[in-house]
Design a protein around this ligand. Structure first.
Ligand SMILES: N[C@@H](CCC(=O)N[C@@H](CS)C(=O)NCC(=O)O)C(=O)O
Length: 398
């Protein structure tokens, strides 16, 4: 839809006089086609740190929609904040981004806003729609994998406490994040430079801001066995794509600067100081249990899963005496170091202790003991639950 400047100006006056006129005059100054100004002045409510919002911003910047006044960007505080009644009337999820179109319609969820922007402003800038059905299918697939499997658990990199999407364990969520990145890497076009080939698409806009998060945050979680290497973390094709986007795509460079500027403030404010596996790493000495877990020294193992190991105490205090230990200590040298991140692990250890107690003793009673500290009889500084039974026990325990 292209019109002359006069008819465009008339249309602008009919739709939204003030903003459209400003936008139109702006376009005159820049000597651009003014067709986009007929829909002028949608508002995107968003913040620089928001990677979901950055997906829309990247598209808007690439299309020049902020520069020509077609989209203005406001913080959610302009509507009283994410949790205000005014904001939630427009987006009941209370999240950003949110778009209010020039006719007052509210659109939320970044993928939906991005598709609206690409559709409504199809006459300007890159189409963000690859030209073959196969490339479009790949574009949709990567966008969807990003939304369902990455964005849904990304909070494991920066949120203070679980859950992280469906994960209660930060460590397991981080491992899943890395796995999902590799699944996407496998799908990426060999030729590039974009994810699906020669044309930029929705998937580039969706994944790039989340990559900025991962580039900034994942190295904070590295530790023995989890060394940081960009190529290893992202895979060869995503690493190549990242270099291209950061080196040759101005809209991507701009959102990267915006996000990193905000993340720098998070760094400076100590955001990661108390985050388990980042600022709060387990640096205590290894114990004999680590060797048992790695099977470097023999033990009589009765049960094992991804999270814990159960074996017979070599110095039993009763006919049945099992030790239930976490495979990853996660700072739990003692019970007293537990934080909310450990809820999943503590619950798991207790359930396994109960299963193993019943398996060993049937209807007979058993006792589950955690000694916290040398004064309470703790000898190995790696959290362990004693499951003791098979004889009469007194109370109080000595
Ligand atoms: N699925 C939503 C996710 C939106 C979302 O989680 N936004 C974050 C910022 S990136 C947010 O608003 N967080 C603040 C909050 O949840 O209170 C989308 O794609 O738009």
């Amino acid at each position: 839809m292209r019109r002359g400047k006069t008819s465009a100006l008339l249309a602008c006056f009919c739709l939204a006089p003030y903003v459209c006129t400003v936008a139109f005059l702006g376009s005159l100054q820049k000597g651009r086609d003014c067709s986009v100004q007929q829909r002028a002045a949608a508002t995107l409510y968003d913040m620089p740190v928001s990677n979901n919002g950055a997906r829309v911003r990247l598209i808007a910047y690439a299309k020049g929609l902020d520069a020509n006044g077609a989209i203005s960007i406001e913080p959610p505080s302009a509507l009283g904040g994410l949790k205000s009644e005014e904001y939630k009337a427009l987006n009941p999820q209370g999240k950003m981004p949110l778009m209010k179109t020039s006719d007052g319609q509210s659109i939320y969820e970044s993928d939906t806003i991005a598709r609206y922007v690409v559709d409504a402003f199809s006459d300007t800038g890159p189409s963000f729609t690859p030209s073959t059905p196969e490339a479009r299918a790949l574009d949709n697939l990567i966008s969807r994998l990003h939304d369902v499997y990455l964005a849904a658990i990304q909070a494991c990199m920066y949120k203070a406490t679980p859950p992280f999407g469906v994960f209660q364990s930060r460590w397991e969520a981080l491992a899943e994040l890395r796995k999902q990145v590799h699944i996407i890497d496998e799908l990426v076009s060999e030729e590039g430079p974009y994810l699906t080939g020669s044309e930029i698409g929705h998937s580039d806009a969706a994944l790039f801001p989340t990559m900025v998060f991962m580039q900034h945050m994942l190295p904070k979680f590295m530790q023995p066995g989890w060394d940081w290497s960009e190529e290893e973390a992202f895979g060869p094709k995503l690493s190549r794509w990242w270099k291209y986007m950061t080196g040759s795509v101005p809209a991507a460079q701009r959102v990267r600067e915006e996000i990193e500027g905000a993340l720098k403030k998070w760094d400076d404010n100590g955001r990661w100081d108390n985050i388990l596996h980042a600022g709060r790493k387990d640096t205590a000495e290894a114990t004999i249990f680590d060797k048992i877990i790695r099977k470097e020294i023999p033990s009589d193992i009765v049960y094992e899963d991804d999270r814990c190991l159960v074996f017979k105490d070599i110095n039993p205090a009763a006919p049945v005496h099992l030790l239930v230990i976490p495979k990853r200590r996660e700072g739990l040298t003692q019970l007293r170091h537990s934080v909310q991140d450990h809820d999943y692990l503590l619950g798991h250890l207790l359930r396994v202790a109960s299963e193993q107690g019943r398996a060993a003793l049937g209807e007979g009673g058993y006792r589950v003991v955690i000694n916290d500290g040398a004064g309470a009889g703790q000898e190995v500084f790696h959290l362990h639950l004693h499951v003791i039974g098979g004889r009469e026990m007194g109370w109080p325990p000595g």
